[in-house]
Design a protein. Structure first.
Ligand SMILES: Nc1ncnc2c1ncn2[C@@H]1O[C@H](COP(=O)(O)OP(=O)(O)OP(=O)(O)O)[C@@H](O)[C@H]1O
Ligand SMILES: [Mg+2]
Length: 463
């Protein structure tokens, strides 16, 4: 309904003051002579409520697909149609504004509201909303974090966004379920956490789905590694080394894993196992599996561990696991030790050495009571190479070190640095040490795969 529409004759300073006063009170203002109109706050709120009701009345199937452009257009048209009647409560002068307002509100209710521009911006890789209020929205662009001007004024707006995302995919978020992971239909990762766990109000983060970075860009545009190093890694993959890409959050582990997987020869059967399908490789004989979260009743969960176990029955040549972070580590190591050489994964760690101790902890999480020595033996015989990535302060990502596991001595896993980033020379340099394992490269006809390892390495392999 139209709350307190006033006509104001345009003749004095008082007009301005009056207008400001009315604006503050949220009333709709209309100045008829020069057609100056503005929809008041309380009317806006009424329209907003109306739209929300209409949205709730839409079919669930339709809402679940609102990320599809054609479906979204259908929804907008349907809502606008129903709002036609609503407009009659207002003077015609306001129609245009009401239409615009409705459209922006529908966008907000259906979409992401304040952060929509960043959702649309392909250069933005991450969006983080820490809660309602100014200064609480951050984005990452070109590897750098920025605080942005846009924000959500109310916790409720953030809740709306969260519910619109998790509702259609069958997940619930409320006080007893205050944390939720989901994936947007375009593949972006979504995580939300709300009170009572989140002390500054409901918040969420989005890791946008990107066309994966190509090897060429990784080398030439982002300077993460060199062509020479890429050839070495390719040789490692073809020679079926078991490899972990380690690194901190957002250091580019998954991107490296994607590149490594791409090096797998086409005649090998690949099974990929991920929490949220991020890998973008295409191989002739490939199956992609994704874990499933428990439903609202806490049932139906399928873990990475279960999928790893299942993979062993599906005759893969290679198993690619998106990330190891828990109990599945033991199964993965066992798979690597029992004929699934050439498997690839990533893990969160601050250094290659740290990756080893984390693996140890992960194995302990599996519930098997293995002595430390036995765990280390498993690790040292399963893992061949650790490629450590780092995200530098300026947002650049580097392959910082390539380490090779050489075996075990007493209780200690023997690991040596094969190549290490030299920050003076600004490149990944060989350390001079060539572990025995490298000799395995001589068993493969690298040339037949079109791989040209650098001369220095070729010499080491032959000798
Ligand atoms: N070498 C790189 N140079 C610049 N940007 C990169 C590079 N590698 C990855 N990125 C960007 O950084 C973000 C994180 O990359 P990626 O998912 O590979 O990292 P991650 O270490 O697997 O992250 P997480 O810890 O979340 O699993 C992505 O937006 C990606 O586009
Ligand atoms: Mg990752």
């Amino acid at each position: 309904m139209m709350n307190g529409l006033r006509k104001i004759s345009r003749n004095s300073n008082r007009l301005f003051l009056l207008k400001e006063g009315l604006k503050k009170s949220g009333k709709t203002i209309m100045v008829s002579e020069n057609k100056e109109v503005s929809l008041g706050r309380s009317d806006k709120e009424a329209i907003r409520q109306k739209i929300r009701m209409l949205v709730m009345g839409l079919s669930k199937e339709m809402l679940a697909q609102k990320y599809r452009k054609d479906i979204k257009e259908k929804i907008v048209i349907e809502l606008m149609d129903r709002l036609e009647d609503e407009k009659k409560n207002y003077p015609q002068l306001l129609y245009e504004q009401i239409r615009e307002y409705c459209q922006s509100q529908i966008e907000e209710i259906l979409g992401f509201g304040a952060i929509q521009p960043y959702i649309n911006d392909p250069e933005v890789s991450d969006i983080m909303v820490n809660g309602p209020g100014a200064g609480n929205v951050f984005i990452e662009k070109h590897g750098r974090l920025h605080q942005v001007e846009e924000y959500y004024t109310e916790a409720e707006q953030i809740m709306n966004v969260i519910e619109m995302i998790v509702g259609p995919v069958g997940r619930v978020i409320d006080e007893s379920n205050p944390m939720v992971d989901a994936r947007l239909s375009d593949g972006s990762r979504f995580n939300a956490i709300i009170p009572p766990l989140a002390l500054n109000g409901p918040g969420f983060s989005i890791r946008k789905f990107h066309a994966s970075i190509s090897l060429k860009d990784l080398i030439e545009k982002y300077e993460t590694l060199s062509w020479e190093v890429a050839e070495i890694l390719k040789a490692f993959v073809v020679a079926r080394f078991n490899i972990i890409a380690s690194g901190g959050t957002g250091s580019g582990k998954t991107t490296i894993l994607n590149i490594l997987s791409d090096f797998i020869p086409d005649d090998e059967r690949v099974i990929t196992i991920e929490d949220a399908a991020e890998l973008k490789l295409t191989k002739p004989d490939m199956v992609r599996w994704e874990t499933r979260k428990a439903n609202a009743e806490g049932k139906g969960e399928i873990s990475i561990r279960q999928l790893v176990k299942n993979a062993l029955r599906a005759r893969p040549d290679r198993i690619v696991i998106g990330e190891v972070r828990g109990e599945e580590a033991l199964d993965m190591l066992q798979a690597m030790n029992t004929g699934h050489n050439g498997s690839l994964t990533t893990g969160h760690a601050n250094s290659a050495r740290d990756m080893l101790s984390r693996l140890e902890t992960m194995v302990l999480m599996s519930g098997m009571e293995l002595p430390v020595r036995a765990i280390r033996e498993q690790i040292s015989s399963a893992i061949d190479v650790i490629i450590h990535t780092r995200r530098l302060k300026d947002g650049k990502r580097r392959v910082e070190e390539i380490c090779i596991i050489e075996g075990i001595d007493g209780d200690n896993i023997l690991m040596s640095s094969f190549m290490k980033f030299d920050y003076h020379k600004d490149s990944l340099e060989r350390t001079g040490r060539t572990p025995n394992l490298i000799q395995r490269l001589s068993e493969v006809d690298l040339k037949a795969y079109g791989i040209n390892i650098p001369e220095w390495l070729e010499k080491e392999v032959k000798s």
